[in-house]
Design a protein around this ligand. Structure first.
Ligand code: SF4
Length: 64
């Protein structure tokens, strides 16, 4: 499956990196980095990240 972050609304606060650290992280400059592809087994963590994102910037690809 694939996930997508709208960088126009992401505020780089990193809550997603706490919920799904295998997929989301902040780099040394505090900018969100993420992997688009993730295994189906990680969907619950991706959904947690979507839930905790304060600006709802995370989407499953194709569901925007
Ligand atoms: S939680 Fe949302 S706003 Fe914060 S870094 Fe992740 S995608 Fe961006």
């Amino acid at each position: 499956m694939k996930v997508w972050v709208d960088r126009n609304i992401c505020d780089n606060h990193g809550q997603c990196a706490i919920a799904a650290p295998d997929n989301f992280s902040l780099d040394a400059d505090g900018v969100l980095q993420y992997k688009e592809d993730f295994p189906d087994a990680d969907l619950e963590y991706i959904e947690d990240a979507m839930d905790v994102c304060p600006v709802q910037a995370i989407f499953l690809k194709g569901e925007q």
